[in-house]
Write a protein that binds this ligand. Structure first.
Ligand code: ADP
Length: 353
């Protein structure tokens, strides 16, 4: 059991470590006030004065000794982690073993963890996983219809991502509606450059659009979302593309960017170009289809919740998505997401305060 150091308040820092960036936020958890918020970019890039994550952490100029805990964002928790977890040798080893499932994200998250452990060895450090919120999905939601050994032996299944965001906005929505989350059915839509939808039944994620990786589901800024998997064989056999080329194409050169050459939705909305208009229509249609299918799954839906850069800011896109008689009676809520605050809140569970 851990007890807070400072009787006047609990201070939790959150680190979101990417391959070339480090986002740092320091919260006073009594007031939920942000005491410090720093974003360091271009780590390790040519001409950057910050050569590595260690230097990045040093440059923050934080007195780590006054912290009660440091929460780390970890993208993939596989099937091992369904709750915030203290970072010790064993859990770090397990996160390392998950790298093949998230080769783009987990190594960068781990880098931040290892550096912070070295820098602040006496401070409790906790991992909060993007996948955890989806860990109670029923098997019929998470299992792909492949040979069963692909799941049993190779752990190929739907994991879902953006969990901290879906969880945060669901709780906020319950507050807005004046009800307990356990009484509500919600469809949450995190629409940013990365995008996902989530069906939440009585507070539990029962289905979500991202799958084995964040590539599945909605049409995103640079990711295709759902496509016929046979397209990949065709690209390899007939177009002679290599595995990595197809991977890069689907993750970094597809989606809105692939169709019209732009992925800033503000620009697409302003654009007169036919392909930009088409790209938005394809994106909007996909979201609409997901909402419809989640309404069928959930039966009763208390609210559709929009968040993420597009979901929070674009009335135009929200109106286009909801432009259907089908959605006439449904409550619509717009909530600003705060993944760092959710991570800090999750850390409180471990601190038991
Ligand atoms: P990320 O997934 O990188 O965190 P964000 O949640 O910041 O992404 O969302 C980025 C997207 O939000 C971009 O496509 C941007 O164009 C879009 N966006 C931000 N503000 C607006 C706005 N006012 N209208 C439409 N789109 C917006």
């Amino acid at each position: 059991m851990y007890h807070k150091k400072n009787s006047l308040g609990v201070k939790i820092a959150v680190i979101n470590s990417g391959s070339s960036s480090l986002k740092f936020k320091l919260f006073d958890m009594k007031t939920k006030e942000v005491l410090k918020s720093i974003l360091i970019e271009h780590i390790g890039e040519e001409n950057s004065s910050i050569k590595n994550h260690h230097q990045a952490l040093e440059s923050l100029n934080i007195d780590f000794s006054e912290l009660d805990a440091i929460g780390h964002r970890v993208v993939h928790g596989g099937e091992n982690f369904n709750k915030p977890t203290i970072l010790d040798e064993d859990s770090i080893d397990k996160i390392q073993k998950l790298i093949p499932l998230a080769p783009l994200h987990n190594p960068a998250n781990l880098e931040g963890i290892l550096v912070a452990k070295k820098y602040a060895p006496d401070i409790l450090q906790i991992a909060v996983f993007d996948t955890s919120f989806h860990s109670n999905m029923p098997k019929e939601a998470f299992l792909y219809p492949l040979e069963y050994k692909m799941y049993e032996k190779h752990k190929i299944r739907r994991y879902g991502f953006h969990g901290t965001s879906h969880s945060f906005v669901a709780k906020q929505s319950a507050r807005i509606l004046g009800k307990d989350l356990s009484e509500l059915n919600l469809i949450t839509l995190h629409l940013g450059n990365g995008a996902s939808a989530c069906a939440i039944e009585k507070g539990v994620s029962v289905d979500t659009s991202m799958g084995f990786t964040p590539l599945e589901g909605l049409v995103m800024g640079t990711r295709s979302g759902d496509i016929d998997p046979a397209i990949i064989f065709y690209m390899q056999r007939e177009l002679g593309l290599g595995v990595d080329e197809v991977d890069t194409m689907l993750n970094k050169k597809s989606g809105l960017l692939g169709i019209c050459g732009k992925n800033d939705v503000r620009e697409l909305i302003e654009s007169e170009d036919e392909l930009s208009k088409l790209a938005l229509k394809i994106m909007i249609r996909r979201v609409k289809k997901y909402i419809g299918s989640y309404m069928a799954l959930l039966g009763d839906v208390d609210a559709i919740v929009f968040t993420g850069g597009i979901g929070e800011n674009s009335q135009y896109i929200r109106d286009k998505i909801l432009d259907s008689k089908f959605f006439n009676e449904i409550e619509v809520i717009v909530v600003e997401t705060d993944e760092e605050l959710e991570i800090a809140d999750e850390c409180l569970k471990v601190l038991d305060i």
